[in-house]
Write a protein of this length. Structure first.
Length: 123
């Protein structure tokens, strides 16, 4: 994960969310609620979604790996919208056609070395 001073400018909450997004391994997704719980604000799922929508550094900060709690893709504010989110997830090996397979379970954990391939080590 990048140190907080390496994150793009934003509110303290946005930067906290963006730092959490960097821990989601390639090929996996989490829900907005998972992110909210991970940062210690379990009732802030909607605010997490808003922070994802304000992410100025997608896809490097992978907001495309965050889905709705029902398994649906949710929105994507980057160029191309939801179609781009779908394409990124498909490239990472996520089943984008079957919501129940997309998010079987999971909580944020530290990423594996394989998941971090291509992510610059800025520590």
């Amino acid at each position: 994960m990048r140190p907080s001073d390496e994150l793009p400018p934003g509110t303290p909450f946005q930067r906290e969310v963006w730092a959490a997004l960097l821990t989601i391994p390639i090929g996996e997704v989490r829900t907005y609620r998972d992110i909210a719980e991970h940062i210690g604000r379990p009732t802030a799922a909607r605010a997490v979604a808003n922070a994802c929508g304000a992410n100025p550094d997608a896809p490097r900060i992978p907001c495309h790996r965050v889905v709705a709690s029902n398994g649906q893709l949710g929105g994507y504010s980057g160029p191309g919208g939801r179609a781009t989110k779908r394409a990124y997830l498909r490239e990472e090996g996520v089943d984008v056609e079957e919501p129940s397979k997309r998010y079987p379970h999971g909580r944020i954990r530290e990423p594996t070395a394989e998941a971090m391939v291509g992510v610059q080590d800025l520590t």
